[in-house]
Unconditional design. Structure first.
Length: 243
């Protein structure tokens, strides 16, 4: 059976630095996989290779058996891979609705169809009442939801979330955790999520992959991965291990 998504021996270098070093992983359809590791571990670079921002030096990126490594970002998006970014950058001078329409037009040339799709997503993410608001006037939590709305408007089957919870307070984090779960359950989207909020990683992830210095150092169920000595040493710290 062909895996839904698979990376084989992926490598990306910047000069002599191996930002992604011989990384392999498989993700099943419908899974939520957490991707953790210290700053500089190569997580966002991995996202950039998957989505076509960078071409790998070697290795394969397989979506339903088709190698997409090195394709242009717009082609990869059309094939069903969407993403959010660690630093949200909405079109500040446009309304919330128009921000999502930009992405919705990736799937249709019809203004009505694009508007209907965009409003459906805004309702799903509890942003419909802000549809006429300029993006510049949103709170950080709302901008994070708008970032997700734009990604969902491209109709992904596989969604990469890059630190969606960064900068949010406790209540906002809980709401976003629920939203991520609903993206999988109600939208049928498979998810790979880079995250530093460990309680969120533990709650939403079916499996966790850990990277450090460009390499994958651990993989497995979250409750097992966080007990591994190499993960505690590289990322979580001795205090976490003691706890």
């Amino acid at each position: 059976m062909v895996p839904f998504f698979k990376i084989e021996h992926l490598e990306k270098r910047f000069g002599g630095l191996a930002a992604v070093n011989n990384v392999s992983m498989t993700i099943g359809e419908g899974e939520i996989v957490g991707l953790i590791g210290p700053n500089g571990a190569g997580k966002t670079t991995l996202f950039n290779v998957i989505t076509g921002v960078y071409a790998p030096k070697r290795g394969k990126v397989l979506l339903k058996g088709q190698d997409i490594a090195g394709l242009k970002p717009e082609r990869i998006c059309a094939m069903g891979i969407g993403r959010t970014f660690q630093i949200v950058k909405p079109f500040s001078s446009l309304t919330v609705l128009d921000n999502v329409l930009v992405a919705a037009y990736r799937r249709t040339a019809s203004r009505q169809e694009a508007t209907d799709a965009a409003m459906d997503i805004l309702r799903f993410l509890a942003l419909d009442e802000k549809s006429a608001t300029l993006a510049a006037h949103l709170t950080l939590a709302q901008k994070k939801r708008l970032e997700m709305a734009r990604a969902l408007a491209t109709r992904p089957i596989f969604l990469l979330l890059d630190e969606t919870l960064a900068g949010l307070n406790h209540t906002e984090i809980d709401r976003m955790i629920e939203t991520v779960q609903q993206v999988r359950e109600r939208r049928g989207v498979t998810i790979l999520a880079v995250e530093h909020v460990m309680r969120a990683v533990m709650k939403i992830s079916d499996r966790v992959v850990v990277m450090d210095e460009g390499k994958k150092i651990a993989e497995g169920p979250p409750e097992e991965v966080v007990r591994k000595p190499e993960v505690i040493k590289a990322y979580l710290g001795d205090d976490y291990g003691s706890a």
